[in-house]
Ligand binder design. Structure first.
Ligand SMILES: NC(=O)CC[C@H](N)C(=O)O
Length: 204
């Protein structure tokens, strides 16, 4: 798909795999902006929250005053896609937060999911697999790195893929959450899907 030349996607560029997202989007012809400050959100159609370390990204989001501006961006119709740590940041409920955080962890709480951190084991348990995503056709090369799992989805959330029965890709309106890292493989089909979600005009 060729995105309209006006489709502009932001990539939250505080920590983690943001450069790779940028490359995948540019390969599809999208305009891309790295987002570090609330003012960087203006005029965007969508924003990607990358993988990395969710507690670190959350701390930097506090430092840069980004929590409410990102919530407001979404409330105005901006699409959001969280990959891995980014999916944790989107979720209404975060499970498995470390004890030093009192088992609690901040999130945007915009997507009706319960996400469990590090659900597939430790770093050595990182793996890749050909993931069946019916909407995309042929299996998608999915890289899981200390990945979270989506343990619960609310009404209105579509499950787009499972790995060994566990939910790893879900969509709710203009929100997309993936447990894995689509930006770490050359396959751009999920980035194309997100571009399509972000390009749909906001109703009203
Ligand atoms: N690859 C990743 O983004 C890992 C996520 C990380 N384990 C976290 O909980 O934040």
């Amino acid at each position: 798909m060729t995105p309209s030349p006006t489709t502009t996607i932001g990539v939250l560029a505080l920590q983690g795999a943001f450069r790779e997202h940028r490359q995948r989007l540019e390969a599809l012809g999208a305009r891309v902006r790295e987002v570090r400050l609330p003012t960087d959100l203006s005029g965007l159609d969508g924003l990607i929250l990358p993988g990395g370390e969710s507690t670190t990204i959350a701390r930097l989001m506090t430092d840069f005053g980004l929590w409410d501006p990102i919530r407001e961006f979404h409330a105005r119709g901006g699409a959001l896609w969280g990959t891995c740590a980014g999916a944790i940041l989107l979720a209404r409920e975060v499970l498995g937060a470390p004890p030093q955080f009192g088992g609690q962890q901040d999130s945007l709480a915009v997507m009706d999911l319960s996400v469990r951190r590090n659900a597939f084991g430790r770093q050595v348990d990182s793996f890749h697999t050909g993931l069946d995503i019916p909407e995309l056709g042929a299996p998608f090369p999915a890289v899981f790195i200390r990945a979270p799992v989506i343990e619960r989805v609310g009404e209105g959330v579509e499950v787009l893929a499972r790995h060994e029965g566990r939910i790893v890709l879900a969509r709710q309106g203009r929100l997309l959450a993936s447990s894995f890292h689509p930006e770490l493989t050359p396959d751009t089909r999920l980035h194309a899907l997100f571009l399509k979600m972000a390009a749909v005009p906001v109703p009203g």
